[in-house]
Design a protein around this ligand. Structure first.
Ligand SMILES: [Zn+2]
Length: 89
C-alpha cells in the first residue's frame, strides 16, 4: 500500500503512513494510520455505503464535468462522516 513518510504533529518524528481500516456500524469504514513512535492516530478518511458508491461511480465516469460534481459530493460526504465519527468517540 502507501508507504509515504510523514511527520507526526504530536512527537515531531517521521513515521510511515501504514494505512489501516477499521469498521464501524452502518457500513462505516475509517482509514487511518498511527504514528509508529507515539501511536497517535490520524484519520485519513471515513466512508460509508453511499460514499463508496460515489467512489465507484467516480472511477467509471468519463465526463469531466460530472466527475467534478461527483468528487465534490464525495468530499462533502466524507467530511460529514469524519465529523460524525470524531463526535462519537
Ligand atoms: Zn508521534
Amino acid at each position: 500500500m502507501n508507504n509515504q513518510v510523514v511527520r507526526c504533529d504530536d512527537c515531531g518524528r517521521s513515521t510511515k503512513m501504514a494505512l489501516q481500516v477499521r469498521k464501524y456500524g452502518q457500513g462505516m469504514q475509517e482509514t487511518y494510520f498511527e504514528c509508529e513512535h507515539c501511536t497517535k492516530k490520524y484519520t485519513c478518511y471515513v466512508t460509508d455505503e453511499r460514499a463508496r458508491k460515489l467512489q465507484k461511480k467516480l472511477r467509471n465516469e468519463k465526463n469531466p464535468v460530472i466527475k467534478f460534481q461527483l468528487q465534490a459530493k464525495l468530499q462533502e460526504r466524507m467530511i460529514k462522516l469524519k465529523r460524525e465519527l470524531m463526535d462519537s468517540v
